[in-house]
Design a protein around this ligand. Structure first.
Ligand code: PLP
Length: 454
């Protein structure tokens, strides 16, 4: 048994963390999360934290689900691994693919498995370019994306993503990816511009980019239905309707990255259904297994699948763990739990609207808050220095970190991204859990206000 101090010292000496300033980590020491149950995680010092982020947007059914452990245990004994290369298969990915086709929009019926959202986006990028090559149009390979998008950390993920600081460390992005404005009304809407007018303008930026590149050169548009890591940026509803119209008009494929929004977060199984659109690809991961094991699924629409199957020959692409039998068994059981407990409908009809209303009624009036917004169980709190002018604190992001630290010290795992606090709780949250989270957010805001004014 190691003490916290011992573990921190070993951690700092040997363990490189994702998205971490290692000098800060060495100085401060990491918080060791050692167990979890339901909506709570616990650190090594016995502190209980309400998990406002569902881990990293993934633990949809909450922690401590024995059924998921049991199904993994049974599958490991029965068949821990076999691949699905070279015309082999195992039963659980077959059954999971069937289930995903049942849940997905009706024109989406094929599934390619991987282990992470980044891998899945990598696959999607290769697949859409491969599709146009098979269609005899290899020059149609530009992909339009948005600034502030997050599509993962592989070279393809970062290139598709629109995070400037990540591009800065890439040493050269994959060519033929173009970034346009995100649908972020809080910062980008003109004074007096209606939601609908802003949504149309943001969609027009995509059409302008297609026309500038030449539609004959554009393979696809990719976007998160609701931008997650970029700050829970919720587009006006018309944005997606308009994007779909534009993509169809110019024969550009529509790729949705639903790594965060997939499996109930916006109150439907997929945000494509929330927004009423039929994409050509849907990237998913995270809540597919509620994070209990790594698994991603790229859902592929009928148009691409037909070409791939009929004209494709072999697609030289795959991962050792594509269709991992244990991960897929856990995915099947996880979806069964979500269905059995009616979590998607609950988010749509009850907890989602309540969450949005409570953020608005209890949080948005705070002097540090410029706006709250939510869709399903995905929410954002914009932090400002001046409510009227929406001036931010300097340096950028500094105030949000103070609020985050107070929230954690007061029992709520809350995340700061830039000047935005974000929430993406497990789908098992009830009205009572939402009330408790709002109490803790208010406390953190009040404590931060004292610090920031001092
Ligand atoms: N796409 C989106 C929208 C994400 O939020 C993420 C991760 O947060 C990814 C892709 C990458 O997924 P992963 O971290 O599993 O590679």
């Amino acid at each position: 048994n190691y003490s916290l101090k011992q573990l921190q010292a070993i951690d700092a000496r040997h363990h490189l963390h994702p998205f971490t300033d290692h000098k800060e980590l060495r100085d401060a020491g990491s918080r060791m999360i050692v167990r979890a149950d339901g909506p709570y995680v616990y650190d090594s010092e016995g502190n209980q934290l309400l998990d406002g982020m569902a881990g990293l947007w993934c633990v949809a059914v909450g922690y401590g689900r024995k059924e998921l452990a049991e199904v993994a245990y049974d599958q490991m004994l029965e068949l821990p691994y076999y691949n699905s290369f070279f015309k082999c298969s195992t039963p659980t990915p077959v059954l999971l693919a069937q289930k995903l086709a049942e849940l997905a929009p009706k024109s989406v019926n094929q599934v390619f498995f991987g282990s992470s959202g980044s891998e899945s986006n990598d696959t999607a990028l290769r697949l859409v370019r491969h599709f146009w090559a098979l269609e005899g149009k290899p020059e149609k390979n530009i992909v339009i994306s948005r600034r502030d998008a997050y599509h993962g950390s592989t070279v393809a993920g970062v290139s598709l993503g629109g995070m400037k600081h990540m591009h800065g460390q890439l040493g050269g992005a994959i060519p033929n990816i173009v970034h346009v404005m995100p649908p972020y009304a809080f910062e980008l809407a003109e004074p007096g511009e209606s939601d609908e007018a802003f949504g149309l303008r943001a969609a027009k930026a995509v059409e302008d980019a297609i026309i500038e590149a030449g539609p004959e050169n554009v393979a696809a548009f990719i976007g998160e239905p609701v931008m997650g890591a970029g700050g829970v940026k919720i587009p006006p509803k018309i944005y997606w309707t308009e994007i779909q119209r534009i993509c169809r008009k110019h024969d550009v494929l529509l790729m949705l990255d639903e790594v965060i929004t997939g499996y109930g977060r916006t109150g439907e199984w997929f945000a494509a259904q929330t927004y009423g659109i039929e994409p050509d690809t849907i990237t998913t991961a995270k809540a597919l297994t509620s994070g209990y094991l790594p698994l991603s699924a790229l859902l592929v629409g009928d148009r691409i699948a037909a070409t791939l199957v009929d004209k494709g020959g072999e697609f030289y692409h795959g991962y050792t763990y594509s269709g991992h039998p244990v991960a897929c068994a856990v995915g099947l059981k996880n979806l069964e739990i979500i269905e059995r407990e009616g979590l998607v409908g609950r988010v749509r009809d009850d907890t989602g609207p309540y969450f949005e209303q409570q953020l608005k009624e209890r949080i948005s009036g705070h002097p540090l808050v410029g706006e709250t917004r939510a869709i399903g169980l995905m929410g954002a709190i914009e932090i400002v220095r001046d409510k009227a002018t929406r001036e931010r604190f300097k340096p950028a992001g500094s105030a949000a970190v103070v609020i985050r630290d107070h929230a954690i010290a007061n029992g709520l795992m809350l995340r700061a991204t830039g000047d935005t606090m974000i929430l993406s709780p497990p789908l098992i949250w009830t009205r009572e859990t939402i009330d408790l989270a709002c109490d803790r957010i208010l406390k953190a805001l009040d404590l931060a206000l004292v610090d920031l004014q001092g």
